[in-house]
Structures are given as structure tokens and as C-alpha cells.
Design a protein around this ligand. Structure first.
Ligand code: MTE
Ligand code: MO
Length: 220
């Protein structure tokens, strides 16, 4: 099967006529990502997920060569290997995952690093108000306020359901923000930019809300 575009009908259904006018003049008709070919989806053991990517193939990040950079409004930019991240002491959580197009996966087990710990060495400077997550899948990115990123169920996840993240789910590191729709949970993260100012993420540039609270954003 080739690629299939999904999401538009579901999105328009969610938005409804009442608020559709808010998006006039903005490009919201693009669907939220594309399904990758079945061949790849079938490698994913867990059910319920759709695998999204904005490109025609997914980044293949070598765990040995992987580096996470934290820069921007910090005392000192830092770079971490995967071993560095795992040595920080991983936290665990079980949370549901919701895509704005209407599918959900309940009770996902995540293990990863909380942002309070992740930012400690870099040292955010006064005025640091936003974290921008940059994907190796250029130009995908998204952003959270510092306050949102420090909520107790938000993390940079390295493991999902007991094993290291698979490539389709964002190996080796992805954001998990369960209270917001899935587009905030950037996969294949290789840079975190600490910012003073807001900057719209990939889907926000296409009309979606930055405060993407599940059940209380994007018109629904
Ligand atoms: N780099 C990147 N991250 C991404 C996306 C994407 O296309 N590229 N899609 C987002 C959307 S819309 C959703 S719902 C989730 C889906 O996560 P999954 O692909 O692990 O199922 O990833 C999010 N993170
Ligand atoms: Mo999504």
C-alpha cells in the first residue's frame, strides 16, 4: 500500500461549523501527518497506534551516535548521549495518548527523563519561558511553556511499554505530553531550545492550537 492521507475529515468533524471561521486564511486543510506503509506499521507490537511522519521516510537515528543538545536561553549549552540521559535516573508513568484526529491509546507505559532534571545542568536563564522541541525530522517541531513542560506527567521518553522506543515511535527520544493532543509529543527529538518568546510549531503554523489540551482545544 502506498501512503494514505488521514485526518482531514476527522479534524473538520472536531472543529465543527461554529469555530471553523477562526481558521479562515490559515492552512488547516493539510492532514495531521501521513501513515507510513503497512510494512513499517506491522513492526510495531502495540495496537491502536497510527504512526505519523511528515516525510516519506522516518529518521533512523543510531543510538550510539545520538546526541541531544540543549541550548538557547541557558547558562551553558549541553550535549548528552543516550547513556548520559539514562544515567539521569528515569521516571515511569502510565498515561493515555490522544491524537486530534480522534484515535486514542490507553495505558501507555513510558519511561524517561523529567524536564526539571533534563534542564538542570544547562541552567535556564531568567526569562526562559518556552521549550521548543526540534525533531531530526526537519522541519517538525513543537513547543511547550516551561510550566507545561514541568507538569508531573510530561517527559522526554526513552522507553515505551518496557522496551526502548521503536523507530516508528520516535527512537531514541520523544516528548510525552498526555494532557495535550499527540502533535505536541515530538518524535526523534535531537535539540531542545530554551526560549524567551513563543514560536509556533509545525502544526500550529497550519492552524492547530498551541495550547492543545485534550477536550479543550482545536474547537472540541
Ligand atoms: N517528528 C514527528 N513527530 C510527531 C509527528 C510527526 O509527524 N513527526 N506526529 C505527531 C502526531 S500528530 C501524533 S498523534 C503522534 C503520533 O505518535 P506515534 O507516531 O508514535 O503513533 O506523534 C506526533 N509527533
Ligand atoms: Mo496526531
Amino acid at each position: 500500500m502506498g501512503e494514505r492521507t488521514v485526518g482531514r475529515a476527522a479534524f473538520l468533524g472536531i472543529v465543527g461549523a461554529g469555530v471553523a471561521g477562526l481558521f479562515v486564511g490559515r492552512d488547516v486543510v493539510g492532514a495531521v501527518g501521513r501513515l507510513v506503509p503497512d510494512r513499517v506499521v506491522s513492526l510495531v507490537p502495540s495496537s491502536g497506534w497510527r504512526i505519523y511522519t511528515i516525510g516519506t521516510s522516518m529518521p533512523a537515528l543510531d543510538p550510539e551516535a545520538y546526541r541531544l543538545r540543549i541550548d538557547g536561553l541557558v547558562q551553558r549549552p549541553v550535549t548528552y548521549t543516550l547513556d548520559d540521559l539514562r544515567a539521569m535516573g528515569l521516571e515511569e508513568q502510565v498515561s493515555d495518548f490522544h491524537c486530534v484526529t480522534g484515535w486514542s491509546v490507553a495505558d501507555v507505559h513510558w519511561r524517561g527523563v523529567r524536564f526539571e532534571r533534563l534542564l538542570r545542568d544547562a541552567g535556564p536563564l531568567p526569562g526562559a519561558a518556552w521549550l521548543r522541541f526540534v525533531s531530526a525530522e526537519v522541519p517538525y517541531d513543537d513547543i511547550l511553556t516551561m510550566e507545561q513542560a514541568l507538569l508531573p506527567d510530561v517527559m522526554l521518553a526513552l522507553d515505551m511499554d518496557g522496551t526502548p522506543l521503536s523507530r516508528p515511535h520516535g527512537s531514541p527520544a520523544r516528548v510525552v505530553m498526555p494532557r495535550m493532543y499527540g502533535y505536541k509529543s515530538v518524535k526523534w527529538v535531537d535539540r531542545i531550545e530554551v526560549r524567551r518568546e513563543f514560536r509556533p510549531g509545525y502544526w500550529e503554523q497550519r492552524g492547530y492550537d498551541s495550547d492543545a489540551w485534550v477536550g479543550d482545544s482545536n474547537g472540541g
